[in-house]
Design a protein around this ligand. Structure first.
Ligand code: NAI
Ligand SMILES: O=C(O)C1=N[C@H](C(=O)O)C[C@H](O)C1
Length: 266
């Protein structure tokens, strides 16, 4: 069996550590290198608390791509560096699976063009948890019947981007099926700036950041005399790993950029 050779960017992060374990435990996957901010020349196994994986660590992604042969880059870093890594991977013909959030529409458009120019797959998934994908799909279904909706996403307080990639993706999916609408009273005024949250095509998005949380989202719909609440909770980061596995398997067989795992799963 030919294994899928994976380079992982961000191996020491909260998601990165889970991904190291996933790759190690998946027979069809092989971790061939990692990209980190520090620890050039060390092996993953040299790092405290890491499993016995003999993959070399690079701080320069181009040097990594030039030195190590790989099929897929899994990126779990930060918005700024994640977009650089994704672009470089495509340029080197390595298929990116990107969990990193905070990419702009312009970033996505540029990366899609590059993936198509190179004729290779790229998956950018704002959320890898199957329950979160269902929450987004159910929300899109519900939005056909309820055109008043507010999204509340709740995350740990170390998160860099707001709103979350999932919150934004949910708003995008809803706006595909509902007419643009300004919600609330026509003369509504914010006494405190930001009280009504951010808006995407008239959909209000609220971001909560608290220690103790992992990743949670509520999509609240309101209609005459009734309400509907769709909620998803990730209680740990292992919840994302079956989606990472699925994306690595899928990215080999596509030749364009796919934004969102809902486009991969049936
Ligand atoms: N798509 C999904 O299902 C999920 C996505 N995320 C996203 O994944 C990303 C990572 O999240 P966490 O693991 O919680 O963050 P984290 O802060 O724990 O980890 C980020 C890692 O990136 C590394 N890093 C920073 N600059 C780097 C560079 N130049 N080269 C290589 N590595 C570098 C850091 O050292 C750190 O280890 C975030 O954008 C987050 O929003 C998080 C959870 C689920
Ligand atoms: O930073 C996180 O933790 C998460 N980020 C993703 C997002 O921005 O939606 C996915 C999940 O919510 C966890």
């Amino acid at each position: 069996m030919k294994k899928t050779r994976i380079i992982l960017a961000g191996p020491r992060g909260r998601m990165g550590k889970e991904a190291v374990t996933l790759i190690q435990e998946t027979e069809a996957f092989e971790l061939v290198a990692a990209v980190d901010r520090i620890h050039e020349g060390k092996l993953i196994s040299d790092l405290e608390g890491m499993p016995n994986v003999q993959a070399p660590i690079f701080t320069d992604i181009e040097k990594c791509f030039q030195t190590v042969e790989a099929d897929v880059l899994v990126d779990l870093t930060t918005p700024e560096i994640g977009r650089v890594h994704t672009k470089k991977a495509l340029e080197y013909g390595i298929r990116p699976v990107v969990g990193t959030t905070g990419f702009s529409e312009a970033d996505l458009a540029e990366l899609k063009e590059l993936a198509e120019e190179k004729g290779i797959g790229c998956i950018i998934a704002p959320n890898f948890a199957i329950g979160a994908i269902l929450m987004m799909k159910f929300s899109q279904m519900a939005a056909k019947y309820f055109d008043d909706v507010e999204i509340i996403e709740l995350h740990h307080d170390q998160k860099l981007d707001a709103p979350s990639g999932t919150g934004l993706k949910t708003a995008e999916l809803i706006s595909e099926v509902r007419e643009t609408k300004k919600q609330g009273h026509s003369e509504e005024k914010e006494i405190l700036a930001g009280a009504r949250g951010a808006t995407y095509d008239g959909i209000h998005l609220h971001s909560v950041r608290l220690p103790g949380l992992i990743a949670h989202q509520e999509v609240l719909f309101g209609g005459f005399g009734q309400g509907l609440k769709i909620r998803h909770d990730s209680y740990n980061r292992a919840s994302f790993m079956s989606g990472v596995k699925l994306a690595v398997e899928a990215v080999i067989n596509i030749d364009t950029l796919v934004y969102g795992l809902e486009n991969i799963i049936e």
